[in-house]
Ligand binder design. Sequence first.
Ligand code: GRF
Length: 208
Amino acid sequence: MKNIVVLVSGGGTNLQALIDAEKCGGIKNGKITRVISSRADAYALERAKNADISTVVLTRKEFPDSVSYSRAMLEELKKANADLVVLAGFMIILDECLTREYTNKIINIHPALIPSFCGEGFYGLKVHEAALKYGVKISGATVHFVNEKADAGPIILQGAVDVANDDTPETLQRKIMENVEWKLLPKAVSLFCEDRITIRDGKAYIDL
Ligand code: GRF
């Protein structure tokens, strides 16, 4: 049974999808054992407490820089004996002093089809604003492993939605969350816990 630690910063709808999936047996050989938030006011913490999952708050603004924050986070992950770290709406870029300790063991969900609309400055509604501004006809979400560059690790799963003429950033965000994020993230976590993801030449392959 792999220990899953989920990092959050906000509403926690992706965390809720993981909690619900675990409850109905959708995450094989894995258990969410801790939720760590970068903000004390994240509603994701309520969701964790309602599911009897232990929580830790590691407030980014209490640390002078990214390296010291990442070092403190690394200590928390070791205390939790994390086998898998899931970034679920986590808004902090972690330093390589942490990502190198967990190569291909940190999973992130990005609300666009990487390599589009990703990297520095592309987060939350900004991603969907950029997609609509460009005029793309499909968008979606990407579940990928995390390395030292933002949104740049091996892609595990992707899912797409049609962009409607009257979509706003808010409606597009919601459509992608409901139809893609909340389905793909639990699926990717379960595949990892079942040891069904293989990395070859820097790319991730699912063992069918
Ligand atoms: C989601 O759109 C997710 O793709 C992004 O953060 C947003 C909020 O996630 N990473 P959540 O509701 O806090 O899980």
